[in-house]
Design a protein around this ligand. Sequence first.
Ligand SMILES: Nc1ncnc2c1ncn2[C@@H]1O[C@H](COP(=O)(O)OP(=O)(O)O)[C@@H](O)[C@H]1O
Ligand SMILES: [Mg+2]
Length: 357
Amino acid sequence: MMSETDIKSESMNTGANQGMNPAVAEGVLGAEQKAKSAEVLLELKNVRVQFKGKGRKPFVAVNDVSFQIHKGETFGLVGETGSGKTSIGRAIVRINETAAGEILFKGRRINGVIPKELDREVTRKIQMIFQDPMASLNERAKVDYIVSEGLYNIRGFRDEAERRAKVEKALLEVGLLPEFASRFPHEFSGGQRQRIGIARALIMEPEFIIADEPISSLDVSIRAQVLNLLLDLQKKKGLTYLFISHDLSVVRFIADRIAVMYKGRLVELAETEELFHSPLHPYTRALLSAIPVPDPRIEKKKKVLVYDPSCHDYSKDQPRWVEIKKGHFVLANNAEIEQYLAKIDAGGLANEFLWLQ
Ligand SMILES: Nc1ncnc2c1ncn2[C@@H]1O[C@H](COP(=O)(O)OP(=O)(O)O)[C@@H](O)[C@H]1O
Ligand SMILES: [Mg+2]
Protein backbone atom coordinates (compact mmCIF):
# COMPACT_ATOMS: atom_id res chain seq x y z
CA MET A 1 0.00 0.00 0.00
CA MET A 2 1.22 3.43 -0.80
CA SER A 3 0.03 6.31 1.31
CA GLU A 4 0.87 9.96 1.27
CA THR A 5 3.26 9.46 4.12
CA ASP A 6 5.62 7.13 2.34
CA ILE A 7 5.84 9.21 -0.77
CA LYS A 8 9.21 9.01 -2.42
CA SER A 9 9.31 12.75 -2.74
CA GLU A 10 13.10 12.89 -2.72
CA SER A 11 13.05 10.98 -5.96
CA MET A 12 11.00 13.76 -7.48
CA ASN A 13 13.31 16.47 -6.25
CA THR A 14 16.48 15.23 -7.85
CA GLY A 15 16.77 16.61 -11.33
CA ALA A 16 13.94 19.11 -10.98
CA ASN A 17 10.70 18.61 -12.87
CA GLN A 18 12.07 15.77 -14.89
CA GLY A 19 13.96 14.39 -12.00
CA MET A 20 12.81 11.01 -11.01
CA ASN A 21 15.45 8.56 -10.07
CA PRO A 22 14.50 5.77 -12.45
CA ALA A 23 15.58 3.09 -10.02
CA VAL A 24 13.32 4.49 -7.30
CA ALA A 25 10.45 4.99 -9.70
CA GLU A 26 10.82 1.43 -10.86
CA GLY A 27 10.87 0.20 -7.30
CA VAL A 28 7.67 2.03 -6.48
CA LEU A 29 5.90 0.68 -9.51
CA GLY A 30 7.35 -2.76 -8.99
CA ALA A 31 5.72 -2.90 -5.59
CA GLU A 32 2.36 -2.04 -7.07
CA GLN A 33 0.51 -5.07 -8.18
CA LYS A 34 -1.87 -3.29 -10.46
CA ALA A 35 -5.06 -4.91 -11.53
CA LYS A 36 -4.41 -4.76 -15.23
CA SER A 37 -6.85 -6.29 -17.60
CA ALA A 38 -7.14 -6.76 -21.29
CA GLU A 39 -10.64 -5.27 -21.31
CA VAL A 40 -10.66 -2.27 -23.61
CA LEU A 41 -12.36 0.69 -21.94
CA LEU A 42 -11.61 3.39 -24.48
CA GLU A 43 -10.53 3.13 -28.08
CA LEU A 44 -9.52 5.68 -30.69
CA LYS A 45 -9.65 4.55 -34.29
CA ASN A 46 -8.00 6.76 -36.91
CA VAL A 47 -9.10 9.93 -35.13
CA ARG A 48 -8.57 13.30 -36.71
CA VAL A 49 -9.15 16.68 -35.07
CA GLN A 50 -8.76 19.82 -37.09
CA PHE A 51 -9.17 23.54 -36.62
CA LYS A 52 -9.71 26.43 -38.96
CA GLY A 53 -6.35 27.23 -40.50
CA LYS A 54 -5.02 30.58 -41.66
CA GLY A 55 -5.81 29.92 -45.30
CA ARG A 56 -8.46 27.66 -46.71
CA LYS A 57 -6.74 24.49 -45.57
CA PRO A 58 -7.69 23.32 -42.06
CA PHE A 59 -4.98 22.85 -39.47
CA VAL A 60 -4.77 19.19 -38.48
CA ALA A 61 -4.00 18.96 -34.74
CA VAL A 62 -4.63 15.22 -34.42
CA ASN A 63 -3.90 13.05 -37.42
CA ASP A 64 -5.01 9.45 -37.81
CA VAL A 65 -4.51 8.53 -34.15
CA SER A 66 -5.39 5.02 -32.97
CA PHE A 67 -4.91 3.42 -29.55
CA GLN A 68 -6.72 1.38 -26.93
CA ILE A 69 -6.82 2.01 -23.19
CA HIS A 70 -7.41 -0.98 -20.96
CA LYS A 71 -9.59 -0.94 -17.87
CA GLY A 72 -7.56 -0.20 -14.76
CA GLU A 73 -4.39 0.96 -16.48
CA THR A 74 -2.64 4.31 -16.71
CA PHE A 75 -2.03 5.18 -20.31
CA GLY A 76 0.60 7.90 -20.72
CA LEU A 77 0.47 10.31 -23.63
CA VAL A 78 3.66 12.27 -24.09
CA GLY A 79 4.91 14.80 -26.63
CA GLU A 80 6.12 18.36 -26.85
CA THR A 81 3.79 21.35 -26.43
CA GLY A 82 1.52 21.74 -29.43
CA SER A 83 1.74 18.08 -30.48
CA GLY A 84 -2.02 17.58 -30.04
CA LYS A 85 -2.28 15.86 -26.63
CA THR A 86 -4.93 18.16 -25.15
CA SER A 87 -6.86 18.06 -28.43
CA ILE A 88 -7.15 14.28 -28.00
CA GLY A 89 -8.39 14.67 -24.41
CA ARG A 90 -10.91 17.27 -25.45
CA ALA A 91 -12.12 15.09 -28.31
CA ILE A 92 -12.74 12.24 -25.87
CA VAL A 93 -14.85 14.46 -23.58
CA ARG A 94 -16.69 15.76 -26.64
CA ILE A 95 -15.45 19.34 -26.44
CA ASN A 96 -13.51 19.04 -29.71
CA GLU A 97 -15.31 17.71 -32.74
CA THR A 98 -13.66 14.90 -34.64
CA ALA A 99 -13.20 15.33 -38.37
CA ALA A 100 -12.66 11.63 -38.94
CA GLY A 101 -12.40 8.35 -37.09
CA GLU A 102 -14.17 6.86 -34.12
CA ILE A 103 -13.91 7.10 -30.36
CA LEU A 104 -15.41 4.14 -28.52
CA PHE A 105 -16.16 3.96 -24.79
CA LYS A 106 -16.99 0.42 -23.67
CA GLY A 107 -17.51 -0.45 -27.30
CA ARG A 108 -20.01 2.34 -28.01
CA ARG A 109 -19.18 5.23 -30.29
CA ILE A 110 -19.12 8.50 -28.35
CA ASN A 111 -17.92 10.98 -30.98
CA GLY A 112 -20.24 12.78 -33.37
CA VAL A 113 -23.97 12.67 -32.85
CA ILE A 114 -24.94 10.28 -30.06
CA PRO A 115 -28.11 9.54 -28.08
CA LYS A 116 -28.86 11.84 -25.12
CA GLU A 117 -28.65 8.98 -22.66
CA LEU A 118 -25.13 8.08 -23.86
CA ASP A 119 -24.08 11.71 -23.73
CA ARG A 120 -25.19 11.83 -20.11
CA GLU A 121 -23.28 8.65 -19.34
CA VAL A 122 -20.10 10.01 -20.93
CA THR A 123 -20.51 13.33 -19.12
CA ARG A 124 -20.52 11.49 -15.83
CA LYS A 125 -18.12 8.60 -16.38
CA ILE A 126 -15.33 10.45 -18.17
CA GLN A 127 -13.79 13.29 -16.20
CA MET A 128 -10.90 15.60 -16.96
CA ILE A 129 -8.36 17.13 -14.59
CA PHE A 130 -6.52 20.17 -15.89
CA GLN A 131 -3.03 21.55 -15.67
CA ASP A 132 -3.56 24.88 -14.03
CA PRO A 133 -5.76 24.59 -10.96
CA MET A 134 -5.81 28.39 -10.58
CA ALA A 135 -7.12 29.01 -14.07
CA SER A 136 -9.52 26.09 -14.13
CA LEU A 137 -11.28 26.89 -10.84
CA ASN A 138 -13.86 29.61 -10.65
CA GLU A 139 -12.23 32.07 -8.27
CA ARG A 140 -15.47 33.69 -7.17
CA ALA A 141 -17.17 30.45 -6.25
CA LYS A 142 -16.75 28.62 -2.98
CA VAL A 143 -15.16 25.18 -2.98
CA ASP A 144 -18.60 23.75 -2.17
CA TYR A 145 -19.96 25.00 -5.49
CA ILE A 146 -16.82 24.24 -7.48
CA VAL A 147 -16.79 20.62 -6.38
CA SER A 148 -20.56 20.26 -6.97
CA GLU A 149 -20.68 21.90 -10.38
CA GLY A 150 -20.71 18.66 -12.38
CA LEU A 151 -23.41 17.27 -10.10
CA TYR A 152 -25.60 20.31 -10.70
CA ASN A 153 -25.22 19.80 -14.45
CA ILE A 154 -26.45 16.23 -14.34
CA ARG A 155 -28.81 16.74 -11.35
CA GLY A 156 -26.80 14.11 -9.59
CA PHE A 157 -28.34 14.43 -6.12
CA ARG A 158 -31.77 14.13 -4.52
CA ASP A 159 -31.53 16.97 -2.02
CA GLU A 160 -29.16 19.42 -0.36
CA ALA A 161 -28.19 16.96 2.33
CA GLU A 162 -27.10 14.40 -0.24
CA ARG A 163 -25.17 16.97 -2.25
CA ARG A 164 -23.32 18.16 0.85
CA ALA A 165 -22.54 14.62 1.86
CA LYS A 166 -21.08 13.98 -1.59
CA VAL A 167 -18.93 17.11 -1.42
CA GLU A 168 -17.68 16.11 2.01
CA LYS A 169 -16.80 12.61 0.85
CA ALA A 170 -14.98 13.90 -2.25
CA LEU A 171 -12.95 16.37 -0.18
CA LEU A 172 -11.97 13.68 2.30
CA GLU A 173 -10.96 11.37 -0.52
CA VAL A 174 -8.43 13.88 -1.82
CA GLY A 175 -7.09 14.59 1.65
CA LEU A 176 -8.88 17.90 2.31
CA LEU A 177 -11.00 18.83 5.31
CA PRO A 178 -14.77 19.01 4.78
CA GLU A 179 -14.87 22.49 6.32
CA PHE A 180 -12.82 23.76 3.36
CA ALA A 181 -16.10 23.68 1.42
CA SER A 182 -16.99 27.18 2.61
CA ARG A 183 -13.69 28.72 1.45
CA PHE A 184 -12.54 30.24 -1.82
CA PRO A 185 -9.86 28.78 -4.13
CA HIS A 186 -7.41 31.62 -3.51
CA GLU A 187 -7.13 30.55 0.10
CA PHE A 188 -5.38 27.36 -0.96
CA SER A 189 -1.92 26.38 -2.12
CA GLY A 190 -1.31 25.07 -5.63
CA GLY A 191 -1.28 21.46 -4.47
CA GLN A 192 -4.51 21.92 -2.52
CA ARG A 193 -6.16 23.57 -5.51
CA GLN A 194 -5.20 20.61 -7.64
CA ARG A 195 -6.79 18.39 -4.99
CA ILE A 196 -9.98 20.46 -5.32
CA GLY A 197 -9.77 19.83 -9.08
CA ILE A 198 -9.49 16.11 -8.43
CA ALA A 199 -12.42 16.18 -5.94
CA ARG A 200 -14.48 17.88 -8.62
CA ALA A 201 -13.84 14.95 -10.92
CA LEU A 202 -14.29 12.26 -8.25
CA ILE A 203 -17.70 13.47 -7.11
CA MET A 204 -19.06 12.33 -10.46
CA GLU A 205 -17.98 8.75 -9.69
CA PRO A 206 -16.11 8.45 -12.97
CA GLU A 207 -14.58 5.31 -14.44
CA PHE A 208 -12.12 7.08 -16.67
CA ILE A 209 -10.09 10.19 -15.86
CA ILE A 210 -8.08 12.27 -18.28
CA ALA A 211 -5.35 14.02 -16.31
CA ASP A 212 -3.94 16.71 -18.59
CA GLU A 213 -0.54 17.82 -17.25
CA PRO A 214 -1.95 17.64 -13.70
CA ILE A 215 1.36 18.37 -11.99
CA SER A 216 3.11 20.58 -14.54
CA SER A 217 2.22 23.85 -12.83
CA LEU A 218 2.92 22.61 -9.30
CA ASP A 219 6.03 23.11 -7.18
CA VAL A 220 8.45 20.26 -7.60
CA SER A 221 8.18 19.43 -3.90
CA ILE A 222 4.47 18.64 -4.06
CA ARG A 223 4.32 16.88 -7.42
CA ALA A 224 4.96 13.44 -5.96
CA GLN A 225 2.11 13.92 -3.47
CA VAL A 226 -0.38 14.61 -6.23
CA LEU A 227 0.93 11.72 -8.34
CA ASN A 228 0.68 9.37 -5.39
CA LEU A 229 -2.83 10.59 -4.62
CA LEU A 230 -3.80 9.72 -8.18
CA LEU A 231 -2.21 6.27 -7.83
CA ASP A 232 -3.98 5.70 -4.52
CA LEU A 233 -7.36 6.69 -5.91
CA GLN A 234 -6.80 4.45 -8.90
CA LYS A 235 -6.19 1.49 -6.67
CA LYS A 236 -9.13 2.18 -4.37
CA LYS A 237 -11.63 2.85 -7.11
CA GLY A 238 -10.33 0.81 -10.03
CA LEU A 239 -9.98 3.97 -12.11
CA THR A 240 -8.50 4.10 -15.58
CA TYR A 241 -6.30 7.07 -16.48
CA LEU A 242 -5.18 8.83 -19.59
CA PHE A 243 -2.22 10.74 -18.20
CA ILE A 244 -1.00 13.53 -20.45
CA SER A 245 2.41 15.14 -19.99
CA HIS A 246 5.21 16.73 -21.94
CA ASP A 247 7.62 15.14 -19.48
CA LEU A 248 8.64 11.59 -20.22
CA SER A 249 10.15 10.91 -16.80
CA VAL A 250 6.90 11.84 -15.04
CA VAL A 251 4.98 9.59 -17.39
CA ARG A 252 7.46 6.79 -16.74
CA PHE A 253 6.69 7.03 -13.04
CA ILE A 254 2.95 6.65 -13.41
CA ALA A 255 2.12 4.97 -16.72
CA ASP A 256 1.78 1.29 -17.58
CA ARG A 257 2.02 2.06 -21.27
CA ILE A 258 3.19 5.15 -23.10
CA ALA A 259 2.22 6.65 -26.45
CA VAL A 260 4.57 9.22 -27.95
CA MET A 261 3.08 11.98 -30.06
CA TYR A 262 4.78 14.25 -32.55
CA LYS A 263 2.96 16.94 -34.54
CA GLY A 264 -0.46 15.37 -34.36
CA ARG A 265 0.60 11.79 -34.99
CA LEU A 266 1.50 8.93 -32.70
CA VAL A 267 5.02 7.79 -33.51
CA GLU A 268 5.42 5.01 -30.95
CA LEU A 269 3.47 3.10 -28.29
CA ALA A 270 4.70 0.39 -25.94
CA GLU A 271 4.69 -0.77 -22.34
CA THR A 272 6.65 1.71 -20.26
CA GLU A 273 9.76 -0.38 -19.66
CA GLU A 274 9.74 -1.68 -23.23
CA LEU A 275 9.71 1.90 -24.49
CA PHE A 276 12.64 2.82 -22.26
CA HIS A 277 14.63 -0.30 -23.12
CA SER A 278 13.91 -0.55 -26.82
CA PRO A 279 12.88 2.82 -28.25
CA LEU A 280 12.66 2.56 -32.02
CA HIS A 281 11.41 5.82 -33.47
CA PRO A 282 14.09 8.53 -33.69
CA TYR A 283 11.77 11.03 -31.97
CA THR A 284 11.28 8.73 -28.98
CA ARG A 285 15.02 8.18 -28.86
CA ALA A 286 15.64 11.92 -28.85
CA LEU A 287 13.15 12.40 -25.98
CA LEU A 288 14.83 9.64 -23.97
CA SER A 289 18.29 11.02 -24.58
CA ALA A 290 17.19 14.39 -23.19
CA ILE A 291 16.06 13.06 -19.81
CA PRO A 292 18.45 14.51 -17.23
CA VAL A 293 20.55 12.06 -15.28
CA PRO A 294 20.92 12.67 -11.53
CA ASP A 295 24.62 11.72 -11.70
CA PRO A 296 26.46 14.81 -13.01
CA ARG A 297 29.41 12.75 -14.31
CA ILE A 298 27.11 10.79 -16.59
CA GLU A 299 25.01 13.83 -17.43
CA LYS A 300 28.11 15.65 -18.68
CA LYS A 301 29.24 12.85 -20.95
CA LYS A 302 25.93 11.68 -22.33
CA LYS A 303 24.98 12.40 -25.89
CA VAL A 304 21.67 14.19 -26.44
CA LEU A 305 20.09 13.19 -29.73
CA VAL A 306 18.32 15.76 -31.86
CA TYR A 307 15.32 14.66 -33.88
CA ASP A 308 15.37 15.83 -37.47
CA PRO A 309 12.23 14.73 -39.34
CA SER A 310 14.18 14.86 -42.62
CA CYS A 311 15.89 11.64 -41.48
CA HIS A 312 12.81 9.87 -42.88
CA ASP A 313 12.53 9.42 -46.61
CA TYR A 314 8.77 9.24 -47.03
CA SER A 315 8.71 10.48 -50.64
CA LYS A 316 7.80 7.09 -52.11
CA ASP A 317 7.48 4.73 -49.19
CA GLN A 318 4.83 6.14 -46.81
CA PRO A 319 4.81 5.41 -43.07
CA ARG A 320 2.03 3.47 -41.38
CA TRP A 321 1.14 2.56 -37.81
CA VAL A 322 2.38 -1.00 -37.29
CA GLU A 323 2.58 -3.40 -34.36
CA ILE A 324 6.19 -4.34 -34.85
CA LYS A 325 6.31 -6.60 -31.82
CA LYS A 326 3.53 -7.74 -29.52
CA GLY A 327 2.21 -4.56 -27.90
CA HIS A 328 4.89 -2.34 -29.44
CA PHE A 329 3.64 -0.01 -32.15
CA VAL A 330 5.66 2.39 -34.29
CA LEU A 331 5.05 4.75 -37.20
CA ALA A 332 7.35 3.52 -39.96
CA ASN A 333 7.63 2.81 -43.66
CA ASN A 334 8.75 -0.50 -45.12
CA ALA A 335 12.46 0.32 -45.10
CA GLU A 336 12.26 1.45 -41.45
CA ILE A 337 10.26 -1.61 -40.45
CA GLU A 338 13.10 -3.78 -41.78
CA GLN A 339 15.62 -1.74 -39.88
CA TYR A 340 13.64 -1.82 -36.61
CA LEU A 341 13.06 -5.55 -36.84
CA ALA A 342 16.80 -6.06 -37.23
CA LYS A 343 17.37 -3.95 -34.09
CA ILE A 344 14.80 -5.92 -32.12
CA ASP A 345 16.48 -9.16 -33.23
CA ALA A 346 19.81 -7.79 -32.08
CA GLY A 347 18.37 -7.30 -28.57
CA GLY A 348 17.07 -3.74 -28.56
CA LEU A 349 19.05 -0.63 -27.78
CA ALA A 350 19.82 -1.20 -24.14
CA ASN A 351 23.45 -0.12 -24.46
CA GLU A 352 22.64 3.18 -26.03
CA PHE A 353 20.64 4.56 -23.10
CA LEU A 354 22.51 2.84 -20.34
CA TRP A 355 21.80 5.61 -17.81
CA LEU A 356 18.09 4.98 -18.07
CA GLN A 357 18.19 1.28 -17.32
N1 LIG B 1 -9.44 25.61 -30.40
C1 LIG B 1 -8.35 25.65 -31.19
N2 LIG B 1 -8.35 26.42 -32.32
C2 LIG B 1 -7.29 26.47 -33.13
N3 LIG B 1 -6.14 25.77 -32.92
C3 LIG B 1 -6.08 24.99 -31.83
C4 LIG B 1 -7.18 24.90 -30.91
N4 LIG B 1 -6.83 24.05 -29.91
C5 LIG B 1 -5.57 23.65 -30.20
N5 LIG B 1 -5.12 24.21 -31.35
C6 LIG B 1 -3.82 23.97 -31.97
O1 LIG B 1 -3.64 22.57 -32.12
C7 LIG B 1 -2.31 22.21 -31.85
C8 LIG B 1 -2.28 21.17 -30.76
O2 LIG B 1 -2.68 21.78 -29.56
P1 LIG B 1 -2.84 20.96 -28.21
O3 LIG B 1 -3.72 19.82 -28.46
O4 LIG B 1 -3.24 21.94 -27.17
O5 LIG B 1 -1.34 20.46 -27.96
P2 LIG B 1 -0.63 19.96 -26.62
O6 LIG B 1 -1.68 19.68 -25.61
O7 LIG B 1 0.13 18.76 -27.04
O8 LIG B 1 0.29 21.06 -26.21
C9 LIG B 1 -1.57 23.47 -31.49
O9 LIG B 1 -0.90 23.95 -32.63
C10 LIG B 1 -2.67 24.41 -31.07
O10 LIG B 1 -2.32 25.74 -31.33
MG1 LIG C 1 -1.87 20.47 -23.69
